[in-house]
Design a protein around this ligand. Sequence first.
Ligand code: ATP
Length: 228
Amino acid sequence: MSPRKTRIRNRAVAIFGGTFDPVHYGHLRAAAEIAERLKVSNFRLVPAGRPPHRKATWADPFHRLAMLELAVAPYSDLHVDEREIRRDGPSFMVETLHSVRAEVGDVPLLLCVGQDAANQLDQWHCWRELPRLAHLVVMTRPRSEPHYPASLAEVLEKRRVSRARDLMRSPAGLVCHVEVTQLAISSTDIRRQLARGWDPRFLLPGTVLAYIRKHGLYGTGETSPANG
Ligand code: ATP
């Protein structure tokens, strides 16, 4: 989907973090729908360098970055932001949002997370600071119902709005749940398929799959975590 030049866009910046190990159509379709519906032309996918919530990633950060770049190359409203990979130490979203905010000024900043990630937001470093830095956009995901621990539910509920366009009226502080097309695709499943010698075509872009095969990722060469 390439945005038409005539379409009205706004100044909001969206941040969608993840390991993208590898990127797949579940990520990409959700990103495209949020960008289109909220008219965000600056939608940034941010691959984690060393994710703090997991032991390791499977592919090297620079392979994950290269795969993301291949995936979004045809689409001018989707961008890859390298800052977490370039930064030393664990990839804390709160630091990422601080540095993006310093660059973009007072525009609406949207932190996009799938429902599974939102359910565990209270495990993120300095999570109570997040609403001061950005709005939270929670995207539906198959097999993930909203299930918030009490302290997190309390913070989210009082900030909740039902219309995504309300997020455009202030820089940060609100929470909106947005339905996206439900694609039951995960990187874990794709890695498993590859390790078994199966073909995960149509779950991720062909260019990304070709890159995986060329570099022997996920079971054809590297069979153990890259940076544990
Ligand atoms: P893994 O299987 O390795 O845990 P994953 O497929 O969950 O990976 P991540 O890179 O960990 O992908 O996810 C990054 C973000 O994308 C998270 O906020 C997650 O909720 C969201 N996400 C991933 N897959 C989907 C999907 N199919 N639909 C909607 N959101 C998704």
